[in-house]
Design a protein around this ligand. Structure first.
Ligand SMILES: *[C@@H]1O[C@H](CO)[C@@H](O)[C@H](O)[C@H]1NC(C)=O
Ligand SMILES: *[C@@H]1O[C@H](CO)[C@@H](O)[C@H](O)[C@H]1NC(C)=O
Ligand SMILES: *[C@@H]1O[C@H](CO)[C@@H](O)[C@H](O)[C@H]1NC(C)=O
Ligand SMILES: *[C@@H]1O[C@H](CO)[C@@H](O)[C@H](O)[C@H]1NC(C)=O
Length: 413
């Protein structure tokens, strides 16, 4: 008897919902014919983990959301409009004076990428309004290619103070991404001082090349052991021959959350969230580069979890200041430029700065050749007296390919 009742109930619920769906579909197709403006009302549900305060600032407060029925249909609609594939996720942490640099990074990601992007920006609260103001001012055509969520910086409460003071303010936030972005399967984490010179899609596609044990991908810290840092100075274990650089980090967070990591503290494997604090306690007097060192220690004991990608995906001044030592970039150009130690802003590496300035100044919608490439080449030609300047063709090679995608965007493709 109970079973029949339950079945009846289920049928009724189903009937009500399908009626509702049919009705709202009718209603929606009607409103669609009158204009495309409706799409912009769509306010998707918040990412889990977004802090209340941050979410309110992004204007996704529930009071402005359309009714649930409409939201569902609209989601179908916007999904069909994109390539139909799930979006890529990009995360960055921005603190202090990194606002403009972070916006320039996001700009480079959005400019060249093909699939839709979900950008997760972790920033100090006082920066949230400026981020929103800047991102909301980007043209509609650009806005349809990505969405974003702003988050406050947060740490596990017991040790918040200790985490915050580790390395640069906020940098260790990236270690907690798998725990904060619980609903997200995979993410590309980048430092704010990087620039995409080609679609992020190609980096994203490494995920599908992971073998059954790999859960993160990074580039080696160095190609050349004689000038590398970890093998000469580190007072802790590190990954591989020269360590890994965590400025560009591709993570399958589903795997990171589900895996037990071997370590030198206990004989049993520990979960990601159990691993971090004991590791910090053990090594805090010996680490120099903060959370990157912790990652190196973790993957020293678990090398089979890492897919190493070539240095062209994380090209730093170290790859050219002592002569060119990144073979993959020599062959195919620089894919991601990493202006660490502030070289996008000071005069020490004019070639790096020239690329940064060219992307920063490019305005959406203008011709990419006259608006981006020409001014960049002009600046780069002035820098050929430096080692990095001499390798400037590596900086533009990939960019030229990627510009085809900006053209697509300009004609609304
Ligand atoms: C961004 O878009 C994706 C689908 O493309 C959606 O799942 C997500 O909730 C959106 N996030 C925000 C903050 O709008
Ligand atoms: C990440 O790993 C999980 C578990 O192995 C898998 O189901 C998922 O498809 C992977 N994500 C991507 C983007 O490959
Ligand atoms: C820290 O460095 C010192 C000096 O090199 C070394 O003796 C010590 O074992 C290191 N500590 C750990 C936990 O590796
Ligand atoms: C996956 O590749 C890594 C090399 O990056 C290797 O160490 C590991 O053994 C591989 N895993 C499997 C299951 O083949």
């Amino acid at each position: 008897m109970r079973r029949y009742l339950r079945a009846l109930l289920l049928c009724m619920v189903f009937a009500v919902f399908s009626g509702f769906y049919f009705y709202s579909k009718l209603f929606y197709s009607d409103s669609l014919e009158r204009g495309v403006g409706t799409k912009r009302i769509f306010v998707p549900p918040r990412e889990p983990g977004a802090r209340q305060g941050a979410a309110d600032k992004t204007g996704t407060g529930t009071q402005t959301s359309p009714p649930l029925s409409l939201r569902y249909i609209m989601r179908q609609q916007s999904h069909a409009e994109s390539t139909g594939e799930p979006p890529m996720h990009l995360a960055v942490v921005a603190c202090g004076s990194r606002l403009e640099e972070t916006l320039t990074m996001v700009k480079s990601a959005v400019l060249f990428s093909i699939k839709r992007l979900c950008v997760h920006i972790f920033a100090e609260d006082q920066l949230h309004a400026s981020f929103m103001e800047a991102l909301e001012s980007w043209p509609d055509l650009v806005r349809t290619r990505f969405n974003y969520t702003l988050y406050s910086i947060s740490f596990p409460s017991e040790n918040a103070a200790e985490w915050k003071k580790l390395f640069k303010p906020c940098a260790s936030q990236r270690l907690f991404l798998p725990l904060i972005l619980k609903g997200v399967d995979s993410v590309v984490y980048v430092d704010s001082d990087i620039l995409f010179l080609q679609p992020m899609d190609r980096l994203w596609s490494f995920l599908s090349h992971f073998n059954s044990t790999q859960l993160a991908a990074m580039a080696p810290e160095h190609e050349e052991p004689r000038i590398a840092w970890y093998n000469r100075f580190a007072r802790h274990p590190y990954y591989g021959r020269t360590g890994i650089n965590s400025g560009v980090m591709l993570m399958n967070m589903t795997r990171m959350r589900n895996t037990f990591f071997k370590n030198d503290m206990t004989s049993v494997g520990l979960r990601w969230e159990e691993l971090l604090m004991p590791l910090l306690q053990k090594y805090k007097l010996n680490i120099t580069w903060g959370d990157q060192d912790l990652l190196n220690i973790i993957f020293h004991y678990n090398p089979e979890f890492i897919l190493e990608f070539p240095c062209q995906w994380n090209y730093r001044p170290d790859h050219c200041i002592y002569g060119s030592n990144c073979a993959s970039a020599e062959e195919e150009g620089v894919y991601i430029l990493h202006g660490n130690r502030g070289v996008f802003h000071d005069g020490k590496q004019p070639a790096f700065r020239a690329v940064y300035e060219a992307i920063r100044k490019y305005s959406f919608g203008t011709d990419p050749v006259s608006g981006l490439l020409d001014p960049l080449e002009e600046q780069l030609l002035k820098t050929t007296h430096t080692y990095c300047g001499k390798s400037h063709p590596l900086f533009t090679k990939r960019l030229v390919h990627s510009m085809a995608n900006i053209n697509n965007m300009a004609v609304g493709g």
